[in-house]
Design a binder for this molecule. Structure first.
Ligand SMILES: Cc1ncc(CO)c(N)n1
Length: 228
């Protein structure tokens, strides 16, 4: 009987599982689910996340540049468009609700954790292979899709009156989930038959950005910024 082959992304999922669980249990994430997170904390996060996404979207442009065929180029161009419009529209809508202008959103200065996280991914994107780029950016797409779906299920009773309903609806949507799913498939294709040495390097990127995801929640929760 043939042995069922474990996908490389299953391995990544297993190795990051504990970190992701810690993120899910973080009071920031739970506060979104319950709708109890302080509004000023959410606004702080929306502003930081908006400028995070500006850099994140650039990673897809580098994906276009590093793609080996036209189909992959088209998919990265699609991802770039979806994050720039579908996802970032969420931030613009919340900002409008809170009386924050687009200019103000865009002029946000990154905190140390935000800057370190985006610089890490941009560095991998510029200096690494296409597989390395995907390994580094995948926790963002995958972890958010999973978080959105889990929160929606766990807190479905209060969803209609939850002020963060739009956030939960965006990240639990099939439209958002499909973005991560395609990255998962591409990474499995690119890593098929690759030596352990290369896989270990990819796993390292995946774990580091998974940890940055945790730090990002924590940084926003505590409103950690430059001390000087
Ligand atoms: C920090 C962070 N990670 C992932 C996502 C999902 O794209 C996001 N908006 N922000």
């Amino acid at each position: 009987m043939p042995v069922e082959k474990m996908l490389f992304t299953d391995r990544l999922y297993q190795s990051a599982k504990e970190i992701w669980e810690k993120s899910y249990q973080h009071p920031f994430v739970q506060g979104i689910g319950k709708g109890t997170l302080a509004e000023e904390t959410f606004i702080y996060y929306m502003k930081q996340d908006y400028i995070y996404l500006i850099d994140y979207v650039k990673l897809f442009a580098i994906g276009v540049q590093k793609a080996h065929n036209l189909e992959t180029m088209e998919r990265f161009a699609h991802l770039l468009h979806e994050h720039l419009h579908f996802e970032m529209e969420l931030h613009r809508k919340y900002a409008a609700e809170f009386g924050i202008t687009r200019e103000e959103l865009e002029a946000t200065e990154p905190t140390p954790v935000n800057l370190a996280y985006t610089r890490y991914m941009l560095n991998v994107a510029h200096n690494g292979t296409l597989a390395e780029l995907i390994a580094a950016l995948l926790p963002c797409a995958w972890h958010y899709a999973e978080t959105g779906k889990r929160l929606k299920e766990q807190y479905k009773d209060g969803l209609e009156i939850n002020p963060y309903k739009k956030w939960i609806e965006t990240y639990s949507s099939d439209q958002f989930g499909a973005l991560g799913q395609w990255l998962i498939e591409l990474l499995n294709e690119l890593t098929d038959g690759k030596p352990e040495r290369e896989l270990t390097a990819l796993e390292k990127h995946f774990l580091i950005t998974s940890k940055y995801e945790y730090l990002f929640w924590d940084m926003n929760y505590l409103k950690q910024d430059w001390q000087i």
